[in-house]
Design a protein around this ligand. Structure first.
Ligand code: PDD
Length: 286
């Protein structure tokens, strides 16, 4: 059985509890982070911590613990649960003052809730899916306007994954005003010739930690990067496509709305980026 962390305690998962009045449960008044673990080490940890701090600030949620302690908590969970490859999920909610109310409870007297748990994913970096790539459908992006904040309002992304599943595909790319915003749980990219194209940062997309690292490594490897919005038609006509996230790293996309890209197999640039990302991130893992 897993050991999880709840508000200062390490407990067996069956003994961990949160109030039914918790605003994370009632109002999705909560933010989260997912950090991958390879060889027992945390990937891009500093980036995830920085984004957590930003999400909390944007929503005026108090820090649940001193941020210096978060690395120790992550490491302790990885250790006790013997995670070689996997994920650490962290969630902070605004907490509860013992009732339901739209008005935020007094931050002076209400403690935020902090929950962390691990998910074991043996062989995460050697995922066979990455060898053949994934197939995506496009769906309308009907999410709220602050997608840069990593909140737990994941109902529409879940519905998007279900729409993809029903269509016999793996995931969905969301489209707003004719342009791709991002994947349901990842950032989206296309490749034209030698150029990597991905939407610029704004409130319309999550500022992916994997995205930041991949774009940095791409530039260091003298690859050409253009940050701009692209249409789904442009994507269908692209040479390659891929998504990035903490759980999938760099994942090739080989089909969009039933249209195969190039030969329907992962291309040269995405394969190279995945290798570089995994090599470089492992070197910097904590
Ligand atoms: N999702 N865009 C969205 C909407 C996401 O939910 C995610 C991450 C990303 C990629 O961000 P990062 O590279 O920092 O993981 C982009 C996580 C993995 C999840 O919800 O499980």
């Amino acid at each position: 059985m897993r050991t999880v962390y709840v508000n200062g305690e390490y407990l067996p998962e069956t003994e961990a509890t949160v109030s039914i009045f918790d605003r994370g449960f009632l109002m999705a008044d909560a933010v989260y982070e997912v950090t991958s673990v390879l060889g027992g080490k945390l990937i891009d940890f500093a980036g995830h911590l920085a984004r957590l701090e930003r999400s909390l600030n944007e929503l005026d949620i108090k820090k649940p613990v001193a941020f210096e302690d978060l690395l120790d908590i992550h490491r302790e969970l990885v250790r006790v649960n013997e995670i070689g490859d996997g994920l650490v999920y962290l969630q902070v909610t605004r907490g509860s003052d013992g009732d339901r109310d739209f008005i935020f409870p007094d931050a002076e007297t209400t403690e935020p809730t902090l929950v962390l748990f691990t998910q074991a994913k043996p062989g995460l970096a050697d995922d066979p899916v990455a060898k053949k790539g994934i197939r995506v459908i496009s769906i309308e992006d009907i999410r709220w306007g602050r997608r840069d904040i990593k909140t737990v309002q994941l109902l529409y992304p879940s519905m998007g994954k279900m729409m993809a599943k029903k269509a016999g595909c793996d995931d969905a790319w969301m489209v707003e005003d004719g342009h791709v915003t991002e994947g349901t749980s990842n950032n989206a990219y296309i490749v034209k010739g030698n150029k990597i194209i991905t939407r610029q940062l704004s409130n319309e997309i999550l500022h992916g930690i994997t995205r930041a690292a991949v774009l940095r490594f791409a530039s260091e490897a003298q690859m050409e990067v253009e940050e701009r919005a692209f249409t789904i038609d442009e994507a269908k006509a692209a040479d390659e496509a891929f998504v990035t996230s903490a759980s999938n790293f760099v994942m090739p996309v080989v089909e969009i709305d039933g249209v195969a890209l190039s030969d329907g197999v992962p291309g040269r640039i995405v394969k190279r980026l995945r290798e570089i990302y995994l090599d470089e991130s492992l070197k910097a893992a904590l």
